[in-house]
Design a protein around this ligand. Structure first.
Ligand code: ACM
Ligand code: ZN
Length: 541
């Protein structure tokens, strides 16, 4: 964090004369908190001179912005150590957090040039994202960018702004994970929830347990069609893959450069069939398990035997070495208790610990994992099922089965992140299912996402402070390709970004509908697939 210091990155831009007939567009998403538009403009083309001061974070930001802008604009970048000048882009650390907020910034464009002020790196980064959107939406055919005169004062509504991606059901190349992270940056999201382990595939290399990826990362074949339709039909094609620790390090670094924290999710005690296929002794009743080939919830889960805690702690130790995130997601959802009910070891644990039932046994399981992670300076997030049987002392709840879990957590003074299926599940249909690619079901269109307010009315003002923010979940049973993931998240994640970032008084559905149409041009320019008919109205399924 940078306070009270002033450092300057200066991009001096060769000015060209401004064509007053050009359309001025301010189509920033998420909508900034304050925006005043003037009558003047600032035109740029040709050469950008970047002046480095002796400040590493300014240099890092300049490098990032240079790379970003170079891919879309025909501008030459020149390094220089000039001081502040007019007719340039000037980026300052200025003031303190009370002035701009932790992630806030001020962006001023006038005929003398462009200035961005913020108290932190994040603030400057978000100021640059707003500028980048302005550049993309104001690029003329001749390549000249004519920016409108304006003054923006902006800061985030919610501290947690997340996008999730399931790589267990289908796996995506490193290059796509980076492209996905770029989208998060464009829309000022600050957390990428990376769902790395599933019944259908274990996707993170763990050096101490090589079979997790040798065996657990590959399935024999995959279900064809919808998972709710029997008889099951399979494609007969082996499928799999995983991310090496080196690839993960590269992605974590890439995200950090974009002010995005990656929260890894290691599912337990359920959704663990791929791990059981690799190491059957982790189950209550070892068997010749196979990595799942269809979707759903499976009864074989981690047993609560003592050795399993050692296994999970070893796995989490390697996870912590890779991910600096304060939060580690430990799953906790959809863990059927059938096997625990039949297992002598699990029943003995219930007796020994004086637990009431298998829900309390799950709670005991999660609390042990929480203690281990807390002792290592980390905090856990779990799906809302971890409320059942008693909440682990410091856990944050991710509320997915509606909002009740988040409400219950907040009332117990626990933090919560709202991801209700009704508004935040981007695996649902976004338009008329008759004309859409196969999805899991549901219907969550753009307007519904946009309408979401993560703070439930039933909470008091004080309780509402425990709602950290919101996130969209992208489960990939029916998304086999990067293009399909892009189609499902765009433009819905733009709507969610406004839910996360913009204060409700500044949200406006009509204005958003106009701005999103301009963003379709950005998607084309940046080569993202997207749903181009998000305004159809479909009756609730
Ligand atoms: C979930 O959708 N099972 C968290
Ligand atoms: Zn057991």
């Amino acid at each position: 964090m940078r306070c009270f210091s002033i450092a300057v990155m200066l991009l001096s831009i060769i000015l060209t004369s401004c064509n007053s007939g050009d359309k001025k567009v301010v189509d920033i998403i998420p909508q900034p908190q304050q925006l005043e538009i003037g009558s003047g403009s600032f035109a740029l083309s040709g050469k950008l001179t970047i002046n480095y001061r002796d400040d590493q974070s300014i240099i890092d930001l300049a490098d990032y912005f240079t790379k970003l802008v170079k891919t879309n604009f025909d501008l030459d970048f020149v390094k220089s150590d000039n001081d502040y000048t007019e007719n340039t882009l000037n980026i300052f650390y200025l003031g303190d957090i009370s002035m701009y907020g932790e992630e806030g910034y001020k962006l001023i464009i006038d005929e003398k040039g462009i200035k961005i002020f913020a108290a932190t790196d994040k603030g400057l980064f978000y100021g640059l994202q707003s500028l980048y959107q302005l550049m993309l939406t104001n690029k003329t055919e001749s390549g000249i960018i004519v920016l409108p005169e304006l003054e923006i004062t902006d800061d985030a509504m919610f501290k947690y702004r997340g996008m999730h991606l399931d790589v267990g059901r289908h796996m995506f190349p490193v290059e796509f994970i980076k492209k996905y992270i770029d989208l998060l940056a464009l829309y000022k999201f600050n957390n990428f929830h990376w769902h790395l382990t599933e019944d259908q595939g274990w996707r993170i290399e763990i050096k101490k347990y090589p079979k997790l990826t040798e065996i657990g990362a590959f399935r024999k074949q995959t279900l064809v069609g919808h998972g709710g339709k029997t008889p099951y039909v399979y494609d007969g094609k082996p499928y799999g893959g995983y991310y090496t620790q080196n690839e993960i390090k590269e992605i974590v670094e890439y995200a950090a450069e974009r002010k995005i924290n990656i929260i890894p999710e290691i599912e337990m005690p359920g959704h663990s069939l791929a791990a059981l296929a690799a190491y059957p002794e982790l189950a209550c009743k070892p068997d010749s398990f196979e990595v799942a080939q269809r979707w759903g919830v499976f009864k074989d889960i981690y047993c609560t035997k003592e050795e399993n805690f050692k296994f999970l702690e070893d796995v989490l130790t390697e996870v912590m070495e890779l991910f600096p995130s304060e939060y580690i997601h430990i799953g906790g959802d959809e863990a059927p208790k059938d096997r625990w009910k039949e297992c002598d070891v699990c029943q003995a644990t219930i007796k020994r610990e004086g637990l009431k039932d298998e829900h309390e046994l799950q709670s005991y399981f999660i609390q042990r994992i929480e203690k281990f992670l807390n002792d290592n300076g980390r905090q856990i997030i779990g799906w809302d099922e971890i409320l059942e049987g008693g909440l682990a002392p410091n856990a944050t709840i991710m509320s997915w089965r509606g909002t009740d879990g988040g409400i219950a957590a907040a009332k117990q003074n626990h933090y919560a992140i709202m991801t209700p299926g009704s508004h935040c599940y981007f695996d649902h249909y976004q338009a008329d299912p008759k004309n859409e690619p196969l999805a899991i079901g549901g219907y969550t269109n753009l307007e519904k996402v946009y309408s979401y307010n993560p703070i439930p009315d039933t909470l008091t003002r004080q309780e509402g402070r425990y709602i950290l923010g919101t996130q969209a979940n992208v489960w990939t049973e029916y998304m086999k390709t990067p293009e399909h993931v892009e189609y499902m998240v765009l433009p819905r994640m733009a709507a969610l970004s406004e839910v996360c970032w913009t204060y409700p008084i500044h949200k406006d559905w009509n204005s958003f509908q106009n701005r999103i149409k301009e963003h379709f041009k950005i998607y084309k320019e940046l080569d993202y697939n997207y749903c181009d008919h998000p305004f159809v109205v479909e009756t609730e399924k």
